[in-house]
Design a protein. Structure first.
Lengths: 35, 408
């Protein structure tokens, strides 16, 4: 399997939406972050 | 800010959860099916590997908080400076944490207030300082918690209501948590338990800045020419590959899967896996482990009530004590005897067929409690590079115990 059908870019990518991933998502979407 | 999240599992709704014990415990409705997402395990490095349900945690939106009952006692100051407290232990790779309890304390408080944790600040004599009490009073006491407090008091031990990620009263626009006999190890059909699925995910979605993509299986973290993570290649539910790039990449897949993904992500700058120049990725993993004892009482304690886990705890033997001859201690707590079918049927001399198991299970869950000893230190296990993932031909996690000589 080598075909990549799409490419996208975002500010933050979180792998996982469990306890730590969802916590990071809540904080980042509500407060943002300093780059 | 735009946040994209890739989750390998599904995004389930509360309507898909319930009290089906066989589905939840025996048929991998929540936990990963070892045939589809295998992990191998060795009890020692030189022992044969077995494919098993190692460290069963739901792999879906909400993760482990989908099946948890939500005990949330804090670590203590000494947990963060364990090497300083215990000293060198031959044969162990003991180290202090790079952060202190004081640095983490505001975040403990933030999570407790975001979840609406029910507890009683100051009730645990051995707890380290806290800047704020709990947002909700303790959950209603179960009969076995009453027994536990009475027993601890008779022995002169401090005990306290176990802090719980559940609402004892309405909080922050949410109703009080429905106390169900089918809580721990089951999903929550009421949507009232405090969890990442019920609280943090909806809050992030409500901002309009959270693009959560379930059923998205990450195969590799990609790196730029400097060796810094720049994105991920993942497979969607239809088997199509995508590449998602980002300014910041956060790995939040749990101890085993995060290490596995890093080891699978090789490149010219990271020939042995992402950020693995020191060969430490996947090593020295520790889990919370527990042992338990079951007590049988003459009078009913209704162990099924409270989901088995609305509980009482003690830190009386939590801290390290050189005179005990081993490092560290543990959190003692009580719970119901567990989920009737899968667990009670595994106890010795239990009938397994016909009407007798039903009567036996009713009797057992009414008169038994379970005393649990949760250790904060445990033998290291190391996920290592694998065999092959059966569906996607990716590496599976190979986990091997390294028991310390003092345990043998």
């Amino acid at each position: 399997m080598t075909t990549t059908t799409g490419r996208d870019r975002t500010d933050v990518l979180i792998i996982g939406a469990g306890a730590s991933g969802a916590t990071a998502a809540k904080v980042l979407t509500e407060r943002g972050c300093e780059s | 800010m735009r946040v994209v999240a890739l989750e390998k599992g599904p995004w389930r709704t509360k309507e898909t959860f319930g009290g089906d014990e066989l589905a939840s415990i025996n048929r991998y409705d929540l936990w990963p099916d070892p045939l589809l997402n295998p992990r191998t395990h060795r009890t020692a490095v030189d022992r044969p590997a077995t494919t098993e349900l190692f460290c069963p945690v739901p792999q879906m939106v909400g993760g482990g908080t989908v099946h948890w009952q939500g005990w949330l006692p804090r670590f203590t100051e000494d947990d963060f400076r364990f090497h300083t407290v215990v000293g060198d232990v031959p044969g162990a790779s003991l180290a202090d944490w790079p952060i202190t309890y004081a640095e983490l304390e505001p975040y403990y408080t933030a999570v407790e207030w975001a979840f609406g944790v029910s507890g009683k600040g100051g009730a645990n004599r051995y707890e380290s300082f806290r800047s704020k009490g709990y947002p909700c009073p303790p959950m209603p006491m179960s009969r076995y918690a009453e027994k536990y407090h009475a027993g601890a008091s008779a022995l002169g031990w401090n005990s306290f209501p176990t802090p719980q990620a559940a609402l004892s009263q309405p909080f922050d626009g949410r109703p009080a948590t429905v106390i169900s006999a089918f809580a721990q190890q089951h999903g929550d059909p009421t949507g009232t338990r405090s969890s990442a699925l019920n609280v943090f995910v909806p809050q992030a979605v409500a901002t309009g800045r959270y693009d959560l993509r379930p059923d998205s299986y990450v195969r590799e973290i990609t790196a730029d020419e400097r060796g810094r993570a720049k994105g991920a290649v993942y497979e969607d539910a239809d088997g199509r590959l995508h590449e998602q790039e980002a300014d910041v990449v956060i790995l939040a897949c749990g101890a085993v899967e995060t290490a596995r993904l890093m080891l699978l992500s090789t490149s010219a700058r990271h020939p042995h896996g992402l950020a693995n120049e020191n060969d430490l990725v996947g090593r020295n993993v520790t889990f919370h482990e527990f042992s338990s004892a079951v007590g049988i009482f003459d009078d009913p304690i209704y162990a099924w009530a409270g989901g088995g886990y609305v509980s009482a705890s003690s830190f009386e033997f939590y801290g390290h004590d050189d005179s005990r001859g081993f490092a560290g201690g543990g959190h003692m707590a009580t719970s119901g005897v567990g989920i009737p079918l899968p667990i009670n049927w595994s106890l010795p001399d239990r009938p397994t067929w016909g009407r007798r198991p039903s009567a036996s299970t009713e009797r057992s869950s009414t008169t038994r409690w379970q005393h649990r000893w949760c250790c904060t230190t445990s033998p290291a296990r190391q996920p290592r590079r694998p065999g092959r993932h059966r569906r996607r031909r990716l590496g599976t996690a190979r986990c091997a115990d390294h028991p310390h000589p003092s345990r043998e």
